[in-house]
Ligand binder design. Sequence first.
Ligand code: FAD
Length: 436
Amino acid sequence: MSAPLQVRSLWEATAAPGPEFAALAAPVSAQAVVIGAGYTGLSAALHLARAGRDVVVLEAARIGERASGLNGGQVIPGVKDDPDELQERFGAGPGARMVDTVAGGPDLVFDLIREHAIACDATRTGWIQPATSETALRQLQRRVRQWQQRGAPLRMLSAAEVAALTGSSRYCGGLLDPRGGTVQPLAYVRGLARAAAAAGARIFARTAALRLVKTTTGWEVGTAAASAAAPVVILATNAYTDSISDTLRRSVVPVPSFQVATQPLPASLRAQILPGGQAASDTWRLLRYFRVESSGRLVMGSRGTYARAPRLAAVKHHYRAVAEIFPQLDGIGFEYHWGGMVAVTPDHLPHLHEPAPGLLAGLGYNGRGVAMATVMGRLLARRVLGAPADELGFPITPLKPVALHAFSRLGVRATVQYLRLADALTARRQPRVAGA
Ligand SMILES: Cc1cc2nc3c(=O)[nH]c(=O)nc-3n(C[C@H](O)[C@H](O)[C@H](O)COP(=O)(O)OP(=O)(O)OC[C@H]3O[C@@H](n4cnc5c(N)ncnc54)[C@H](O)[C@@H]3O)c2cc1C
């Protein structure tokens, strides 16, 4: 059996300390209770507090211990569906408004960072999607064309341009979306918490919501020590949804994603690998995402492991991915290894639900939640503030559990094996690209 791995997040090691919040110790009431303090819950709380609402936030862990403090920090515009698909699915008018909503994600993130002076190494240098096959390249061409028709500044990149921008000659072309960028994700979520608290939100950490009970005036949320009451409750628990709402928990499939970070790269390699500071996520079905962060380390993520204490063997494929994409990193060591859960939905779209009057939920970002969860928080706040459903710019859909099979680890593993095989077959069919 291989050696145990030391799981340690680069973001935890490099972020400034976050604000600390006490646990809920006495009963409270407010105009809204938000359950979960990641980007979704904190963006909702911030927007509600800024609109003058009295908000209480309950977080089971500490701020940023779950996906919002663990992710790759890539600020990715849009959702998995391209604009035409959204308009086909939801109709011309509502679809077009949805396109505007999702396209505005990076603007919202970078505006909040500026308005609230959040120190999180934010850079807006763009997001690259390098293509792993000619088929994927054609899909990117359609994507670029559709966004360009709507005035967005995307452009296609040749294989040589991708190689120059990323330092990898493994790709046959790609797209550049200048709307994207990067943040230090833990610093960003801690900054949102600080901003929400400064705007008046009362945040309680290490306070799991254990029970949700309908009352004559709204909802009562039970915790271990005391309860929080409000006419409105927002569930912002995403992939970490527990028994607080079993139906919500079963509406997404939590899939592990894992990242490794190298030691700081020497200047000669920094000048080659993503020298312009862009983030990148390639087009494999089991995509690999990578960036160089402010201390010069390459951070790369891909499918992860369910093990709480993974062994070295479980992450070897991450090392292989780095070696395959960046052979020039041979001999560079890995210093950080960590992962978290991504909430995947069957239609690959984020979901906004209103399962009962005064009860709202937003989740399911399919690995694109830095921008989209921040947007979802604002959508949830707008709904609480009285926005009619048809003016929200995002559909409120019925809450539906995913088929049972998807929730078994066996089910997710089988899907992962299938996707890996499909990627391997594509790779075998694909002629090697320049210099590879
Ligand atoms: C390894 C990894 C890499 C990723 N990389 C990227 C990326 O580069 N770019 C990108 O856009 N997205 C990325 N994502 C996705 C992104 O991190 C998420 O979509 C986003 O953080 C979701 O935010 P959230 O607030 O909805 O969920 P979370 O941040 O998970 O917050 C939910 C919170 O709810 C709390 N909670 C749960 N149950 C209860 C309860 N009963 N009571 C109280 N609190 C509760 C949890 O403790 C948690 O803090 C990545 C995700 C992972 C895991």
